[in-house]
Design a protein around this ligand. Structure first.
Ligand SMILES: Nc1ncnc2c1ncn2[C@@H]1O[C@H](COP(=O)(O)OP(=O)(O)OP(=O)(O)O)[C@@H](O)[C@H]1O
Ligand SMILES: [Mg+2]
Ligand SMILES: [Zn+2]
Length: 580
């Protein structure tokens, strides 16, 4: 016997076979039962959700020799003929294939004649949005005064492309994506009748991939059976789709949570050995984290329920992660996904971003709670097995040393500025005056010659500068967060800081170099970086403002283009607000 695809064999033959569209089928059945149906219906909705099937069932139900009935009998010659496509009064027009000109012209001539074989003449026009204007106009004429024996069923995946004049003449039904649960139960039923065995997990996974389209789900099931024989389980489905097993995703998400870079790299190794591709993995991981975020915000969503049914670790991970961190991770994965499109070595890119994700945690831990006093995340970070723990420990020690240093300073110079509560002081080091010497004369010069315009633009794209710095050094990014650019001249940039450690660390020669390079890449010219404390800046800028020599020779348009263009390229036009 010739093989027939499951989705053809299992085309619904009665309203009761159509799953997930009860809001449509019930209304249609009531209308038929009461013999009060409209002359034109519009079925809209995503691919493979049952629009064409419903149209054919409707054609049978109104024409069934034992009807009109809420369900066709599928036995009489009318029903059988319509199923076969041999009844001339039931016409299926595919607007996508020939845009319908001939058919619609034909239709206008023929609608006036009574049907020859059955009760109602029925026109099913699929992908109706594809009709030409001419065909639309012809259709409209007919819809305006439909003869009593005519029924139109228009179907489309893109209702917004239909002229309002057509829509307003139809009774409209929106087909929904089919829920995962409804899909799983229908797939189960089909597999059972075909004497095939398929695991629940495999079905849940297929339903996820099909995104609410039953035809796609059935095609996947088909492929899985031709691959796995009469027994299909999750691994078969993963194999044919190239998707990555949730176990690996969960494992990976777990290691990122504890910052275990070595283990994450091990997962990548195993993936590559198994022949999975890094792009796909990144995509799946991105979706995984997106679902974790959804779990935190809307745990009731069906998708999320499906994920939980599939993956025992999911809920645990969802509870362990905090929302803020998930945002950061998703952002970063998303960015790398873009970068990866141009990468020569996608695997290295993948490893890079995963290590970065592990290190973000380290930087956060180090940054927010330098005193290493306990909390859960620290415990995780301290567990780390690989060399990555070394720089972290080093960083923590350096911060502790600085803290002790500050405490000493605080004790020497009491009653400085604000008196924060003890707890707030622990989180955010107290604001102090810097003890480092600054090249006051040079800074004054930069301040005096600062271009207000350019400075404003630099400030507006500052988050992007920080982002680029972060790509080079996560910890430097953390220090620089505290700073604000306050002056930008032809060859100098001044950044003022609220806290001393941040100011001093940023001023270190190696750090300065990184920032200078990044800024140069954005504004297209080299500038020397100067850092100072807010109060120092107030003093310097105050003296300049009153002398009134500032910004007088600002070039109007000359410098605008290159770095502005660059900024547009980097962050997109809509995000840049130019203050002139
Ligand atoms: N709601 C549903 N219930 C059961 N099976 C369905 C359903 N929707 C689709 N199917 C399955 O998918 C196949 C295709 O469905 P159908 O042609 O009715 O979808 P459609 O909405 O018209 O899609 P398209 O927009 O691509 O034309 C059917 O043969 C059937 O096997
Ligand atoms: Mg269809
Ligand atoms: Zn019948």
């Amino acid at each position: 016997m010739a093989y027939r695809a499951l989705y053809r064999v299992w085309r619904p033959q009665k309203f009761g076979d159509i799953v997930g569209q009860e809001h449509v089928t019930r209304t249609l059945q009531n209308a038929i039962r009461e013999q009060r149906f409209s002359h034109a219906y519009l079925f809209s909705g995503p691919r493979g959700t049952g629009k064409t099937s419903a149209a054919k069932i409707m054609a049978k139900a109104v024409n069934c020799e034992k009807g009109p009935a809420a369900e066709p009998c599928n036995e009489c010659s009318a029903c059988l003929g319509i199923t076969e496509g041999s009844v001339v009064d039931v016409v299926e027009i595919d607007a996508a294939s020939n845009r319908g000109i001939d058919e619609i012209r034909d239709l206008r001539d023929k609608v006036k004649y009574a049907p020859s074989q059955v009760r109602f003449k029925i026109y099913i026009i699929d992908e109706v949005h594809m009709l030409t204007t001419e065909a639309f106009n012809a259709l409209l004429k007919t819809l305006e005064e439909p003869p009593a024996h005519i029924l139109f069923i228009l179907a489309t995946t893109e209702p917004h492309k239909l002229p309002a004049t057509i829509i307003s003449r139809c009774q409209r039904f929106d087909f929904h994506r089919i829920s995962s649960a409804a899909m799983v139960s229908r797939l189960n039923e089909i597999a059972h009748s075909e004497n095939l065995h398929v695991s629940e997990q495999a079905l849940i996974f297929i339903a996820r991939l099909a995104e609410g389209g039953m035809r796609d789900a059935l095609s996947l099931l088909d492929q899985a059976f031709s691959f796995g024989g009469n027994h299909v389980d999750l691994s078969d489905v993963l194999c044919i789709t190239g998707a990555v097993s949730h176990e690996w995703l969960a494992e990976c998400a777990g290691y990122i949570h504890t910052g275990s870079a070595a283990d994450v790299i091990d997962v990548v190794n195993r993936l590559v050995l198994k022949g999975k591709n890094p792009e796909q993995f990144l995509e799946d991981l991105l979706l995984y984290f997106r679902d974790l975020l959804l779990y935190k915000t809307a745990p009731g969503l069906e998708e999320i329920q499906g994920r939980m049914a599939l993956d025992p670790a999911f809920k645990e991970l969802g509870d362990a992660y905090d929302q803020e961190r998930l945002f950061t991770i998703i952002e970063q994965l998303n960015r790398s996904q873009n970068d990866m499109k141009w990468a020569n070595h996608p695997r290295i890119m993948l490893e890079l971003v995963l290590i970065q994700l592990c290190q973000t945690l380290q930087a956060e831990v180090a940054f927010h709670s330098p005193a290493v006093t306990a909390p859960a995340e620290n415990a995780g970070a301290a567990d780390m097995k690989m060399g990555a723990a070394e720089p972290l420990r080093d960083l923590l020690q350096r911060i502790q040393a600085l803290e002790t240093h500050i405490k000493k300073l605080e004790n020497k110079e009491p009653a400085d500025e604000q008196k924060g509560s003890a707890s707030s002081r622990r989180r955010e080091p107290k604001k102090l005056q810097s003890t480092i010497k600054i090249p006051t004369a040079r800074i004054r010069e930069v301040a005096a010659q600062s271009y207000a315009n350019q400075l404003a633009k630099l400030v507006s794209i500052w988050p992007d500068v920080l982002q680029r710095v972060k790509q080079q050094s996560v910890s430097l990014n953390a220090w620089l967060q505290d700073g604000t650019p306050v002056a930008l001249s032809e060859n100098g940039l001044v950044i003022s800081f609220k806290t001393v450690i941040h100011c001093e660390t940023t001023a270190r020669e190696d750090n300065k170099k990184v920032i200078e390079e990044v800024v140069k890449g954005i504004i297209n010219r080299p500038v020397e970086l100067f850092t100072l404390m807010e109060n120092q800046w107030r003093e310097i800028s105050g003296s300049i403002d009153s002398s009134g020599e500032r910004a007088s020779e600002e070039p109007k348009e000359t410098l605008r283009e290159p770095h502005l263009e660059e900024a547009y390229k980097l962050v997109g036009e809509e995000l840049i607000n130019i203050i002139d």
